[in-house]
Design a protein around this ligand. Structure first.
Ligand code: ZN
Length: 74
């Protein structure tokens, strides 16, 4: 038990905003990843246009998350 009984970590507004942004990137990446893992008859050795776009978006989200200081898993 903490001495002051405060069980919630204090998170300032900037950190909260960054966390929300990180969460948004995580969600977007997870959504695109799920699309990539679905079987696709149009995908051969190279990805079809739609899935190539998904892969490019994942990379873009990861870059943006890294730039913003957000931490994404993977
Ligand atoms: Zn495809």
């Amino acid at each position: 038990m903490s001495p002051n009984g405060d069980s919630y970590p204090r998170v300032n507004l900037a950190e909260r905003a960054r966390f929300r942004q990180a969460q948004a990137y995580e969600d977007a990446i997870a959504y695109r990843r799920a699309r990539l893992t679905a079987p696709c008859p149009a995908c051969g050795p190279a990805r079809c246009d739609a899935h190539a776009a998904d892969a490019a978006l994942i990379r873009a989200y990861q870059r943006a998350a890294t730039r913003s200081g957000a931490h994404t898993s993977g």
